[in-house]
Write a protein that binds this ligand. Structure first.
Ligand SMILES: Nc1ncnc2c1ncn2[C@@H]1O[C@H](COP(=O)(O)OP(=O)(O)OP(=O)(O)O)[C@@H](O)[C@H]1O
Ligand SMILES: [Mg+2]
Length: 302
């Protein structure tokens, strides 16, 4: 689901996503060139992942809500065409980071580039165009509760393209089939299980054939078998569409299964970013504690 269209008047789902506000009083003068400036690699990111072609780049991104400092200088380069898993304790800013990437939140300071575009400086028209190329799966699938499954998945195509209903039907059915929901298209969201809702959100995220996929905890609330199936599906779809995916997940087992790269966000900073192998082999006690879900280590309940 791209989820960036205005919510239709009949929908009561949690999808209403306002256009990104322009921060008042901040000078958003366009850069002469939309190319990300050269930034020094922070010690938190491995050289091997830093040197790859990056599709998403965050440079010293700061974000606070009132007195709550959430992002405190996040710098990261996300390699193109790979699956990057973003991990970190609850409330540490993972969802906020995703919202910066799609321009739903502007940074207080710092830069966000997606495919060389300077996201906070895009005008509304450019932002909509950018979002058409990004599929986002929200935690609960974020379906419109007033529409059946078919209409939910067709929604971005009807809103953002001039395709005929016949063309829309074949695209929608192809993707419902892909996520194992063919036959359920007339069901309303409240008639679907949690796992089905997630897969429906997945189908909706795919209909615009995005090159970037953002999944916010696609595996939360699923049983282990469904989590495994969903992980396999993310891998399969990402490979099929040569997409760049960012998956927020707490599930270490699932992460080991499909991640190419892993980023660990903690207290507003990207503490570690590397290939799965680099992270697994890390002797950093924080990474170790996180990966082994251990109560021993620097991470506490604070
Ligand atoms: N629009 C907002 N206004 C005010 N505070 C916000 C807003 N969005 C997020 N926050 C706060 O920012 C912090 C980080 O939120 P975020 O949703 O990014 O956490 P998270 O890492 O995704 O956590 P979880 O794993 O529980 O989903 C939280 O304290 C949250 O309450
Ligand atoms: Mg979150």
């Amino acid at each position: 689901m791209t989820a960036y269209q205005p919510t239709p008047p009949t929908a009561r789902g949690p999808v209403a996503v306002p256009p990104a506000p322009r921060p008042a009083g901040q000078a958003w003068s366009p850069r002469p060139s939309a190319v990300a400036p050269a930034v020094q690699r922070p010690p938190s990111q491995s050289q091997s992942t830093w040197d790859k072609d990056a599709v998403i780049e965050l440079h010293e991104v700061h974000k606070a809500f009132g007195s709550l400092k959430v992002l405190d200088g996040v710098t990261v380069r996300i390699p193109r065409g790979e699956i990057t898993v973003l991990m970190g304790p609850s409330g540490t800013g993972k969802s906020v980071t995703l919202r910066h990437i799609v321009g739903l939140l502007p940074p207080d300071r710092g830069d966000v580039f997606v495919d060389g575009q300077d996201v906070p400086r895009l005008n509304e028209h450019q932002l909509l165009a950018l979002r058409r190329g990004i599929g986002m799966l929200f935690q609960d699938g974020a379906l419109f509760s007033s529409m059946n499954l078919y209409d939910n998945v067709a929604f971005p195509l009807r809103q953002q393209t001039r395709k005929s209903e016949g063309d829309i039907r074949s695209i929608v059915m192809e993707h419902l089939h892909e996520v194992g929901l063919a036959g359920a298209e007339r069901r309303m969201p409240n008639e679907l299980s949690g796992g089905m809702r997630k897969r429906a959100g997945f189908a909706r995220a795919l209909v615009m054939e995005p090159k970037i996929l953002l999944f916010d905890e696609p595996d939360s609330g699923l049983d282990p078998v469904r989590t495994t199936l969903l992980c396999d599906l993310i891998r399969e779809i990402s490979d099929k569409y040569h997409a760049t995916s960012i998956v927020v997940s707490h599930d270490v087992g699932a992460v080991r299964r499909f991640a190419d790269n892993i980023g660990i966000l903690y207290k507003g900073r990207m503490r570690h970013f590397g290939t799965k192998r680099e992270i697994e082999l890390s002797d950093d006690e924080f990474v170790h504690q996180f990966f082994n879900a251990s109560s021993e280590g620097p991470l506490g309940m604070d």
